[in-house]
Design a protein around this ligand. Structure first.
Ligand SMILES: NC(=O)C1=CN([C@@H]2O[C@H](COP(=O)(O)OP(=O)(O)OC[C@H]3O[C@@H](n4cnc5c(N)ncnc54)[C@H](OP(=O)(O)O)[C@@H]3O)[C@@H](O)[C@H]2O)[C@H](O)CC1
Ligand SMILES: [K+]
Length: 500
């Protein structure tokens, strides 16, 4: 699913009006109805509801919502925040309609006009929407402040008032902190930015049948991976396939005290459909691996405690495997760096690079150019900062991400809430699955195993990254359901992997 910017959203609005065709006031009515359908499912019509409206179309939505809730017997009070002398046409239209059916509309011009808000009430925030062009000031700012201080449940229409759709807010900005955001048709870029969590709350999309052809043709680098997008990428298994059909992966993982990382990664790789797996680990991990992951073959390193790449056991060179995954638990010993230095120039197929392998790349930047094209790198934000630089806000971080992926022709999975998959073409796919329970040791090792398995099976690297991140997050969601987000572990995530 695409994510469009504020200008495109405006153009989409116009395109729907012209091409459907539909009168603007009727499109607003459709949006208000979609919001109300969501609202009545969640809150009974005994809920005392205060609706705050601005003077633009977001405020117009608020007025239409007020009328529709009145029709459904909700006890509502409407407050129009009068911050400017001018209202939009559709605001005025809905203002006239509402006046016919409501006893009184309240106007907020001065601070003393802002009502007290009680804890069992619901506030609907329709002050400013995607038309925000500057920070909230004056009476808007005071009203937002009062709503944020109130103990009520807050639901924002389309987007929290004061939050920019597609650019960074400054820290000093006053922004609604909603419990829910009910947004029209497409997600906003602001929703997937880590710093905006409290300005978004739980967000829901409601379909208002905006012009499909416009959406299909709108150019955008931003995508949001929904379940149906991910499932479309899954390869079907042929009845006459054999283990050779699904590749032979080589995983370079583990060091003394971190053999668990190799075990988790190997188990995840096997649970993700790889045909065969060989794990190359320091020899101290041999018995552990053979016991904990009997499905995998193990090539013990000649070094007991760290990876050097050498082994007494004869196996094919890494380049002969379907793919190579490297990083979980490997540490940064000079011998391991030497191995990475020797390894990279021999590889041509895309590989997976994680954890300390990424840190070794940050400290030895000349190696970045040696990465096979379309390899998948899986940094968490701190590792990504080491690979690039510090950023001033989430939007600058996205630019760094995009530029890095383009420059080195790699796929970068920046891990976190809404993990971002950046492609060498400059696109960014935000993931929709996962939960805070995944912030626990070992889940990154699991992801490396998952991605290594997908590359080994011949998935295109961009598709592998989008798909792997999605199903890894989904497994995390399942593990959280069974164990709770606090009790779940990386092993639970492996056990919860299901490819359907
Ligand atoms: N996208 C859709 O398909 C639909 C969206 N709908 C709703 O419409 C809003 C967007 O409405 P719009 O009128 O464009 O913008 P706002 O309501 O957000 O803002 C109104 C005007 O207020 C001015 N503005 C901006 N920032 C501030 C500020 N900080 N203080 C005061 N005033 C501000 C700005 O005008 P300027 O000329 O002064 O810049 C805005 O234009 C969308 O969010 C949906 O809720 C439709 O109802 C359905 C289809
Ligand atoms: K709003």
């Amino acid at each position: 699913m695409k994510i469009l910017n504020a200008d495109q959203i405006r153009a989409l609005d116009k395109s729907t009006i012209q091409n459907e065709p539909i009168a603007p006031i009727n499109l607003m009515e459709r949006a208000a109805l979609a919001f109300v359908d969501w609202f009545v499912d969640r809150f009974p019509n005994t809920t005392s509801t205060k609706i705050f409206c601005g003077l633009g179309n977001n405020g117009g939505d608020g007025l239409a919502i007020a009328r529709l809730l009145l029709e459904r017997d909700y006890p509502i009070d409407v407050y129009v925040v009068r911050y400017a002398p001018r209202e939009s046409d559709d605001f005025m239209h809905n203002h006239r309609r509402l006046k016919l059916v409501i006893e009184r509309i309240h106007y907020v011009e001065l601070t003393e006009d802002i009502p007290a808000i009680r804890h069992n009430e619901v506030v609907i925030d329709a002050i400013l929407g995607s038309g925000l062009s500057r920070p909230a000031e004056g009476i808007i700012k005071d009203t937002i402040g009062a709503i944020n201080r109130a103990p009520a449940t807050v639901v924002s229409v389309d987007i929290a008032s004061g939050l920019y759709t597609d650019q960074a807010n400054s820290q000093a900005d006053t922004i609604i902190e909603p419990d829910y955001t009910v947004t029209f048709q497409l997600p906003k870029l602001a929703f997937v930015m880590p710093k905006n969590g409290r300005y978004v709350g739980e967000w829901h999309l409601v379909d208002i049948r905006l012009h499909k052809r416009y959406i299909d043709h709108a150019p955008t680098p931003y995508y949001y991976t929904q379940p149906k997008d991910a499932r479309l990428l899954l390869h079907k298994r042929e009845r006459f396939s054999n283990k050779g059909s699904f590749g032979h992966a080589l995983l370079l993982a583990g060091s003394y005290g971190k053999i668990g990382a190799a075990v988790l990664s190997a188990r995840a790789c096997l649970r993700s459909g790889v045909g065969l797996l060989t794990v190359h680990a320091p020899s101290c991990g041999y018995t552990t691996l053979q016991t904990a992951v009997p499905e995998a073959m193990c090539r013990p390193d000649s070094n007991e405690r760290m990876l050097t790449g050498q082994s007494e056991v004869d196996t094919p060179p890494p380049a002969d495997y379907s793919t190579v995954g490297i990083g979980p638990g490997i540490g940064k010993a000079p011998e391991t760096l030497a191995m990475l230095r020797d390894l990279l120039p021999t590889l041509t197929k895309p590989m997976v690079v994680d954890a300390d392998a990424l840190n070794l790349l940050s400290e030895n930047r000349e190696l970045l150019d040696k990465l096979p094209k379309y390899s998948i790198l899986t940094p968490h934000p701190k590792e990504f900062e080491r690979l690039t630089q510090t950023w001033k806000d989430d939007y600058q971080k996205l630019e760094l991400l995009r530029n890095f992926a383009k420059k080195y022709k790699v796929v970068v999975v920046l891990k976190g809430a809404y993990s971002a998959v950046a492609t060498p073409d400059g696109d960014i796919h935000f993931n929709s699955t996962g939960n805070p329970g995944l912030s626990t040791g070992g889940t990154g090792d699991v992801l490396t195993g998952v991605l290594t398995a997908l590359l080994a099976q011949g998935y295109d690297p961009i598709e592998a990254a989008v798909l792997g991140v999605f199903f890894h997050g989904l497994a995390g969601d399942r593990a959280a359901e069974q164990r709770g987000p606090i009790g779940m572990t990386a092993s639970d995530v492996v056990d919860a992997l299901r490819w359907e």
